[in-house]
Write a protein that binds this ligand. Structure first.
Ligand code: ADP
Ligand code: MG
Length: 321
């Protein structure tokens, strides 16, 4: 399979849409941005062995490549519209490509995202997706907008992907749970919740590098501090069973990466009015702390202060961040 066959295979999967004036096949795509909205753009690269285990199924790689990008748009409160895909593959393997496209388009169709272009090269395996979406600029959820007194809340449960990865690395069959592995391989971008929060919440970020590292980005950008209750962190049943030790669990939940949950701050009043809506929609949302004027992060457990862990988050250059 040559480069052009590969592009043809990808193109076959794309359907036409009114906001895509010109998609795959020309030198560039022509896209119709919704009136009065800002274009919201983000890009993420996945490298085998770094961002996903080598043995990950091709369809899971396709899903994850798009999911991590959608999670960034969710964290801005934007509606995703279009994606471009840069594929670098060592050998154009037809079966791998079809699997990859299955996972990619399953999520793309679910979230209404059109693939409108990309680039295909031969080289070490690397997958880069650029996602484009739209948001009213005044409704965007920025990192620098947390306010003193805000509730700090998080979607879903934390630490599952990190626990799944650890079980895999330790190849401890006893701890391998499909519920955790699926959180590593197929993260769920919290788009519906994010769209609801746009214009209501103050600040947001997606938890990709670890809770403390990502919360840290919000606090620094907003020039505020926070208190966080470790015993409030939302924890799945599978996580409790796989990691029975609470200290280990908290460390995975605070420092493990790949959660792709939304961390957001909002006024007490907005937090209260979110509850019935979350109930209706089936969104799990948990208050885990408060934004405070004093900078820095204060952790507590059962009402007592505890030291923050030493290493906060996953840094791709290997240094503690
Ligand atoms: P050019 O040489 O002008 O960059 P290419 O041969 O790279 O053109 O691409 C031809 C068309 O196919 C373009 O519209 C490009 O966006 C699209 N394309 C190439 N690779 C991919 C890919 N991996 N996914 C989606 N579209 C792609
Ligand atoms: Mg090109």
């Amino acid at each position: 399979m040559g480069e052009f066959d590969l592009i043809a295979r990808i193109r076959e999967r794309c359907t036409s849409r009114r906001d895509v004036l010109l998609g795959i096949g020309d030198d560039a795509a022509l896209l119709q941005v919704p009136p009065c909205q800002a274009l919201c753009v983000s890009m993420d690269t996945l490298i085998a062995g770094v961002h996903f285990p080598y043995e990950t199924a091709a369809s899971d790689v396709g899903w994850k490549a798009l999911a991590v990008n959608l999670s960034d748009l969710a964290a801005m409160g934007a509606k995703p519209l279009w994606a471009t895909l840069a594929l670098s593959l060592p050998t154009p393997d037809e079966r791998w490509l079809e699997g990859f496209l299955d996972g990619f388009f399953e999520l793309a169709e679910r979230e209404g995202v059109a693939l409108v272009g990309g680039d295909t090269t031969r080289g070490p395996m690397s997958i880069t997706v650029t996602i484009h979406g739209a948001v009213l600029p005044e409704h965007a959820l920025r990192r620098d907008a947390a306010r003193v007194g805000d509730v700090i809340a998080v979607s879903g449960t934390l630490g599952d992907a990190a626990a799944g990865l650890r079980a895999l690395q330790q190849s401890s069959a006893a701890h391998q749970r499909p519920e955790l592995r699926v959180r590593l391989d197929r993260p769920t971008p919290r788009l519906a919740l994010a769209r609801h929060l746009a214009g209501r919440a103050h600040a947001a970020i997606d938890v990709s590098d670890g809770l403390l590292a990502d919360l840290g980005h919000v606090l620094v950008a907003s020039r505020v501090g926070a208190s966080l209750q470790l015993d409030a962190l939302p924890t799945s049943q599978a996580m409790r069973q796989s990691v029975p030790d609470a200290v280990e669990r908290h460390s995975l939940q605070c420092e493990g990466g790949d959660d792709y949950e939304l961390l957001f701050t909002l006024s007490e009043a907005e937090w209260l009015s979110l509850q019935p809506e979350a109930e209706r929609q089936g969104w799990q949302v948990t208050a885990i702390g408060r934004v405070e004027a004093a900078t820095g992060l204060r952790l507590s457990l059962a009402g007592h202060p505890v030291d923050p862990p030493t290493r906060t988050g996953w840094d791709h250059f290997g240094a503690a961040s």
